[in-house]
Design a protein around this ligand. Sequence first.
Ligand SMILES: [Fe+2]
Length: 303
Amino acid sequence: MINAFAYMGISTPNHADWNDFGTRILGLERGADSPDGGERYRMDDALFRLAVYPGDKDDVAYLGWTVNSAVEAAEMEQRLTSHGVEVTYANAVEREDRGVEGYFWFTDPYGFRHEIAWGQFFYPSTFHPGRSHAGFRTGDQGLGHAVLIVPNLKEAEEFYRGVMGFKLSDYIRGPFDVRFYHVNGRHHSFALAEGPCIGVHHLMFETNSIDDVGIAHDLVTEADLPITMGMGRHVNDLVTSFYVKSPSGFAIEYGSGGLEVDDLWVAKTFHSFSIWGHKPHPNLAEMGPGMVIEDLSNVSVEA
Ligand SMILES: [Fe+2]
């Protein structure tokens, strides 16, 4: 079974802007570029957590998930192929690009490439944050969480929960509906927001110290970067965070204090996103929902 959201790759025309944003603002470390041209960013002792590829348009290159072994990957392969999903195993060169013992990849019904990897490369005591920083809450909880935008949550859940095996954490019914899923102790590593496009709403990084959230907020404000949602605390994972628009359209949720779940977790339904705060930017509607990969606003979507 999938046990962590281990790494992610994106492609973007604005890759150069990630350098200052990633290191000086967010506190990531710029690692060595990957052989396949990815500009790697580190959050901990893993080889990398985010790879940014120069590209003509904003897109997701891959979402990397880990399982514990090649045997578990084969079980996952079985599960996917029994649902008609075609998988492709990486060759030796591709494994080095990702810094893993092995992986296979497949494409989900929305066109996102997922990689099922095992043996992620770690280099103990080598992480140097891009600014003074008390570190990120990663390790066995993976890099944070990703929130994708899809046109129909019920349909999407059949794949992500039914086939990939994500466990439901919560529902939030709000101005738009969101469903949250966990694969380890992190309240959610993955969530789906319903919207008139296929894309990425945000990527969340969790810091060990709330002070690093405040410092990032100061740096973002000084740099006049768009804060899509101000400081606030979420109802479900209890994270205290704010959202800043990244150079690639989606937001980075930067927060601290996330809740841990276990196998006894009971999924709930909430009717708001936040206990307090997370005030939207006055021009949020014009800023768009995130990284829009495919606009479906002219396509009728089932309510
Ligand atoms: Fe989030």
